[in-house]
Design a protein around this ligand. Structure first.
Ligand SMILES: NC(=O)c1ccc[n+]([C@@H]2O[C@H](COP(=O)([O-])OP(=O)(O)OC[C@H]3O[C@@H](n4cnc5c(N)ncnc54)[C@H](OP(=O)(O)O)[C@@H]3O)[C@@H](O)[C@H]2O)c1
Length: 233
C-alpha cells in the first residue's frame, strides 16, 4: 500500500511493483488524481491495483484504509502537500505549519498506530534532505521530516519484527514542484551543478530505494539518504 501513490515517487513505486506482479493499493485525497494514476498504470495492473481515497491526516481515514486493505505486506508513505509550506517562518501561516505536521508527522504516526495486526513486513516513510541541509526557507517541513527518523526508531521497537525505515530524498522531479511557484528548470539546472551526482533525482531513483529497504530484512530503524550527495553540496 502506497499512501501518496497517485503521483511522483509513490506512483513510480506502484508501477515498479505492478510490473513485478504484486498487488498494489494507492491512496490519496483526490479521486481524480487516483483515477488518472489508474489509467496510467492500467497496462501493468491487470486487475491488481486498488485505489482508496483517504487523507493521512485524518484518523478515521487511516483506520478505514487499514480496514479496507486488511493484511498488507508493506506500507510506503509519500503523502505531502507543500502548498504554502516553503518560505521564511514569518511568512508561513500557523495553519499551514499545522497542516504540514498533521500530514507528515501525525499522519505517519497514525499509520504506525493502526499497523499492528495489518502490516506483516515493513513501513517506509519519506522525509527529505531539508531535514539535514535546511536552507532558511523550509523550516517547518525540515522539522517534520527530521522527526520521522525518531518516529521510525520508536515504531521499529514497538512494532517489531515489522521493520520501520525512512527514505530521505534530495531534489526529485515530481509534481510537488508545481506547488512551490518557482522556476523549476532554472532551479534544477543550478542544483545539478552543485550536486556530487551532477543531476536531479528521478521518481524511479526513489522507487528503487523504497524497494531496497522493503526487501532487505535486516534494515530497520534506518534513514537511507537518496539525495545525490545534497547534504555535502
Ligand atoms: N520531489 C522532491 O524534490 C522531494 C524532495 C524531498 C522530499 N520529498 C518528499 O517526497 C514525498 C513524495 O513527494 P513527491 O515528490 O512524489 O510529490 P507528489 O507527486 O506531489 O506526491 C505527493 C502525493 O501525496 C498525496 N497527498 C498529499 N497530501 C495528502 C494527504 N493529506 N493524505 C493522503 N495523500 C496526500 C498527493 O495526492 P493528493 O493531493 O490527491 O492527496 C500526491 O499524490 C513527500 O513526502 C515529499 O515531502 C520530495
Amino acid at each position: 500500500m502506497i499512501i501518496g501513490g497517485g503521483s511522483g515517487m509513490g506512483l513510480a513505486l506502484a508501477r515498479t511493483l505492478l510490473a513485478e506482479g504484486m498487488d498494489v493499493t494507492i491512496a490519496g485525497r483526490s479521486a481524480d488524481r487516483l483515477a488518472a494514476a489508474r489509467a496510467d498504470l492500467e497496462r501493468d495492473a491487470q486487475g491488481r491495483l486498488g485505489t482508496v481515497t483517504a487523507d493521512i491526516g485524518r484518523a478515521e481515514d487511516v483506520a478505514g484504509l487499514f480496514d479496507r486493505v486488511g493484511q498488507v505486506e508493506h506500507v510506503v508513505v509519500t503523502a505531502m502537500d507543500a502548498t504554502g509550506a516553503y518560505g521564511r517562518s514569518a511568512d508561513v501561516t500557523t495553519a499551514t505549519a499545522r497542516a504540514v505536521i498533521d500530514t507528515k508527522l501525525l499522519g505517519a504516526w497514525l499509520v504506525g498506530r493502526h499497523a499492528a495486526g495489518h502490516v506483516t513486513g515493513s513501513i517506509t516513510y519519506t522525509s527529505g534532505v531539508n531535514a539535514y541541509r535546511p536552507n532558511g526557507s523550509n523550516t517547518i517541513v525540515a522539522a517534520a521530516n527530521g522527526a520521522l527518523a525518531s518516529l521510525a526508531c520508536g515504531l521499529a521497537v514497538e512494532l517489531a519484527p515489522v521493520r520501520v525505515n525512512v527514505i530521505s530524498p534530495g531534489w526529485v522531479d515530481t509534481p510537488i514542484w508545481d506547488q512551490l511557484g518557482m522556476d523549476r528548470q532554472a532551479a534544477f539546472a543550478q542544483m545539478s551543478e552543485r550536486l556530487p551526482a551532477r543531476r536531479i533525482g528521478t521518481p524511479d531513483d526513489i522507487a528503487q530505494a523504497f524497494l531496497s529497504v522493503m526487501r532487505n530484512g535486516f534494515i530497520t530503524a534506518t534513514v537511507l539518504h537518496v539525495d545525490g550527495g545534497h547534504r555535502l553540496a
